[in-house]
Design a binder for this molecule. Structure first.
Ligand code: PMV
Length: 331
């Protein structure tokens, strides 16, 4: 019997970039994110003779997956597994596929092997594989902070149903992985110490802005956090440049829309894609404006989604079909 789970990527509004010293992949700063509903990782786990990991239909040797399994096996009896994972969006292009990927994987193994983990424990294991994955265990607005460094839902999707318009500015995989990039920034950027201190302060303010549903305040602070992270990336040696000209054109367009009165702000991660976060009423106009920017391949519109969860029996069949289709198998 296979177990199928799904998880969604999340987009950080207060960014995480840099790890604390020591074991356990602990972030150097707290972060705050929103979980998206339109982008989905579906992961199917079944028993096997030896571990096999397939991503979008192709067998992949992924050290992070191997380490995640080894880490779980240090604590739980997890047999050899056949893992098949499928993303309905471009992998490793700055759309947080590792976040949804590891949230779905840990949740699938927990359900398949009946490990009885709490959401906090799943978040803890997901974080050890990919920091941002800790947040995708939860839905809506999610905080990731010490001292425990597992995700924590601050507000449910329905509490403040923002929309996110994603402009795909390039479909290829990113040049420098976030883990590599973080190491480089911590080791070489003269701005790194002030990034760490000021992000902790930004996080505290953001928690209050979310509690007050203060869109204007959050817009200003989230753009500040994003631009500050990219300033840190640029000031690393050699500098990390994740944007392309289309990214920059989208940012200017979003600023123009906001200046003309639309409630929208931008955020970008370790890739060129631009995420425009807006109030629901603004989404159609934001989507049309970004689709018109030269170089934009595609525009996706998402609401806020739930945390990682096993599929119910009713939708397991459809999910298995999606994974099979990605693998090129007949149903
Ligand atoms: O946890 P990772 O390796 O996916 O790193 C996430 C880094 C950013 O996406 C750039 C910021 C964030 O907080 O998600």
């Amino acid at each position: 019997m296979a177990t199928v789970t799904r998880a969604h990527p999340n987009i950080a509004l207060i960014k995480y970039w840099g790890k604390a010293a020591g074991e356990g992949n602990v972030p150097a700063t707290p972060s705050l994110s929103i979980t998206l509903d339109a982008l989905t990782t579906t992961t199917e786990v079944s028993d096997a003779d030896t571990d096999i990991f397939e991503l979008d239909g192709r067998p992949v040797a992924d050290t992070k997956v191997t380490e995640c399994l080894a880490n779980l096996r240090r604590r739980f009896p997890v047999p050899p597994l056949h893992i098949r994972s499928h993303n309905n969006f471009p992998t490793a292009a700055g759309l947080a596929s590792s976040a949804s990927g590891f949230a779905a994987l840990v949740t699938a193994i927990d359900a398949h092997c009946d490990l009885g983990m709490t959401a906090q424990a799943r978040s803890d294991y997901a974080r050890q594989a990919s920091g941002s994955a800790a947040r995708s265990i939860f839905g809506g607005f999610v905080a990731l902070r010490g001292p425990n460094w597992h995700g924590e839902m601050l507000a449910a999707p329905a509490d403040w149903p923002l929309k996110v318009v994603i402009a795909i500015a390039a479909a290829e995989a990113k040049a420098v992985s976030s883990s590599e990039g973080m190491k480089r920034s911590a080791a070489t950027s003269p701005y790194y110490p002030s990034w760490v201190t000021s992000t902790a302060q930004d996080f505290d303010v953001a928690v209050t802005l979310v509690a007050n549903r203060d869109f204007t305040g959050l817009a200003e602070l989230a753009e500040f956090s994003c631009l500050k992270m990219h300033g840190l990336m640029l000031s690393s040696r050699p500098g990390l440049i994740y944007w392309n000209p289309t990214t920059l054109a989208c940012m200017h367009r979003i600023r123009e829309l906001r200046d003309s009165g639309l409630p929208v702000f931008f955020t970008m991660d370790a890739g060129p894609q631009v995420k425009a976060v807006c109030l629901p009423k603004a989404a159609p106009e934001v989507a049309a404006a970004l689709a018109d920017v030269g170089g934009v391949h595609e525009v996706l519109v998402s609401g806020l989604g739930d945390g990682a969860a096993p599929k119910t029996k009713a939708d397991t069949k459809a999910a298995t079909q999606a994974v099979n289709k990605a693998a090129g198998k007949s149903q």
